[in-house]
Design a protein around this ligand. Structure first.
Ligand code: MG
Length: 302
């Protein structure tokens, strides 16, 4: 998520060639699915280069370059630019949806139907349910509200990956496990489930583990933990990809990502002007490498 959710949160505009270089570095670290940009309006100047960034990402063999689109108009732009994987988003909470996209939830459901209707065969679709667990304005979101909205969305389009998003980072593992378990029981035909964790309260990896144990195998994360939390200024947002790769590596769950290379990209991302970063593993690895190299030099002396 770093090149979209992450870059979007950075104030100073990152040069397009720098974005493309970072996407290529993430690819070289083994990532084969990256949300590379978003097709949005001029209100987000950081992502105004979506066409160029997507074109560069599409040149990376075997990369599933996902792009976020808020509506039909921008979905059309993304498709014209060659997008093969669209992600749409709406919130379960009326207040958050109104705040985020200036629409009622019902209007967003209708917009999702329009995006689904223009999707050509072979183009993948991901549905992000923001505030699936918790809303910054309304607090805990009832499980029944999330499940009911998901049911309406699945009537619109049954062939999408569904991501439940912890928008505030306030969620704890029991809630994550309970909602995914209930959703999977109620909607067993969903093509794939995904979890978008935030680490604002330090629960990102714990929540991802709970989702994994409930049967989720797609996890959103951001290299360097890039992306602040708009509802808790100064706090971290997205869980760091390095932290999840460290956890899954330790569990023997293959992600195809080379942790050392990923951490190096995370450190580069953390140095971007205006970057708000998070995560622990990147710096812990750097410190242990320093200690490791000291021991090695000691060995050489003897
Ligand atoms: Mg996020």
């Amino acid at each position: 998520m770093a090149p979209r959710d992450g870059f979007q949160s950075v104030g100073p505009v990152i040069p397009t060639r720098e974005k493309i270089r970072i996407i290529a570095a993430l690819y070289d670290a083994g990532l084969r699915r990256i949300e590379v940009t978003s097709f949005v309006g001029p209100a987000v100047p950081q992502l105004a280069d979506a066409v160029e960034v997507l074109a560069a990402a599409r040149a990376l063999a075997g990369l599933d370059a996902q792009v976020l689109v808020p509506n039909q108009r921008h979905a059309e732009r993304a498709l014209a630019a060659g997008a093969r994987h669209l992600a749409f988003f709406l919130s379960v909470s009326e207040r958050h949806n109104e705040n985020n996209v200036r629409r009622s939830v019902a209007e967003s459901v209708a917009e999702y139907a329009r995006v689904a209707a223009i999707r050509p065969a072979g183009v993948k679709l991901r549905l992000n349910l923001a505030t699936a667990f918790d809303c910054p304005f309304e607090g805990r979101v009832a499980e029944s509200a999330t499940l009911e909205l998901l049911g309406r969305l699945l009537e619109v389009e049954s062939d999408a990956e569904v991501a439940l998003c912890d928008t505030t980072g306030r969620v704890t593992p029991g809630h994550v496990a309970a909602l995914f378990t209930a959703a999977m029981q109620q909607y067993p035909r969903v093509a794939a489930w995904a979890f978008h964790a935030h680490d604002t309260y330090g629960m990102g990896a714990a929540n991802a583990l709970a989702a994994w144990q409930a049967g989720v195998s797609v996890f959103d994360a951001s290299a360097g933990g890039l992306g602040g939390c708009p509802f808790a200024p100064g706090a971290t947002g997205n869980v760091a990809t390095e932290d999840l790769v460290w956890m899954f590596d330790g569990m023997g769950v293959a992600s195809g990502v080379e942790l050392g290379r990923l951490a190096a990209v995370g450190r580069e991302i953390a140095r971007l002007p205006g970057a708000q970063t998070g995560g622990r593993v990147r710096e812990a690895l750097a410190r242990s490498a320093e200690i490791g190299s000291g021991q090695h030099m000691g060995g050489l002396k003897k």
